[in-house]
Design a protein around this ligand. Structure first.
Ligand code: SF4
Ligand code: SF4
Length: 281
């Protein structure tokens, strides 16, 4: 669910967290691959690149938290739908009780009454629902999806309900509030050309508008590997592994230094030069 555009959510985030330097985020990918298979999503790139374990277990997640400072916000999203892993709701609750801020992006695929029971005490710092449409994310049984939605909306106050392509049914438009349609992103040219035109390479000095060149909005795989950001679907920029090392090592790694250098040295190739969130300096 890292594919979901974060801009609407960031606008709604609390005042303190709006200051870029105050929030580091780690997207938690709990399952590989994502069975939802949206058209706008570069699952094919991820499937080719990723070789690790397919499920993040509850025990591994609890161990990983020992390596992550409390000020790092945990986003249950990453490169797949969180509720497709049966333990995700337990992980959210565990982290929430430990004092972490928790954010959730979900299509509600796989969401059950058991999940509802588990997450009902969590106050999510932000939550976005990804709606089914007639083109990008199709569901076989819309009534069933709406039942899951009612169950979810009864316990979680979500910020936005988004879709990216095609049309929504009249029923969904009637039932769901706060619907918006963010633009599709190329994900640093990882999304198929037939879905969105690739971006050209940016020249000169650049900066990351999302992290303000802190590169602290990273994505963890089910095997603990951490990559640069939610654009890195081809897994080009590995910063470290949280099963083995502390969070601080991610931003003290050779790859991290290389990314920093690439901001002012165009000869150092990174995905940033092909990203919508990249700006000229
Ligand atoms: S649910 Fe999210 S991660 Fe899964 S295929 Fe759709 S956009 Fe990609
Ligand atoms: S500029 Fe680089 S670090 Fe920033 S969002 Fe884009 S790819 Fe990620």
């Amino acid at each position: 669910m890292g594919i979901i555009d974060k801009i609407p959510f960031l606008r709604n985030f609390s005042g303190a967290s709006r200051k870029k330097e105050s929030y580091s985020t780690l997207e938690i990918t709990t399952v590989f691959p994502c069975a939802v298979s949206c058209k706008i999503c570069p699952q094919d790139k991820w499937k080719s690149a990723y070789k690790g374990k397919h499920h993040l277990t509850y025990d591994d997640f609890c161990k990983v938290l020992e390596n992550i400072p409390k000020q790092v916000r945990l986003d249950f999203s990453g490169f797949s739908e969180p509720f497709l892993n049966r333990d995700s709701s337990k992980m959210m609750l565990y982290a929430y009780r430990k004092g972490y801020q928790i954010v959730l992006y979900t299509t509600l695929a796989g969401f059950t009454t058991e999940d509802a029971e588990t997450i009902k005490e969590i106050h999510f710092s932000a939550c976005t629902i990804h709606l089914p449409d007639d083109t990008n994310f199709k569901v076989h049984d819309e009534s069933k999806w709406l039942q899951s939605y009612e169950l979810f909306a009864g316990i979680v106050k979500f910020d936005n309900a988004i879709y990216h392509m095609g049309r929504l049914s009249e029923k969904i438009k009637k039932e769901v509030p706060r619907i918006c349609r963010p633009p599709i992103l190329t994900r640093a040219n990882n999304v198929a050309d037939r879905v969105i035109k690739p971006l050209g390479r940016r020249k000169g000095a650049i900066r990351c508008a999302i992290s303000d060149n802190l590169f602290n909005q990273n994505v963890m795989m089910p095997n603990g590997d951490v990559y640069l950001c939610c654009m890195d679907w081809s897994l080009q920029h590995k910063l470290g592994n949280l099963f083995e090392h502390s969070y601080e090592t991610l931003h003290d790694s050779a790859e991290y230094d290389r990314i920093c250098q690439s901001m002012h040295d165009p000869s150092v190739e990174t995905i940033c030069r092909y990203c919508e969130r990249c700006r000229g300096n």
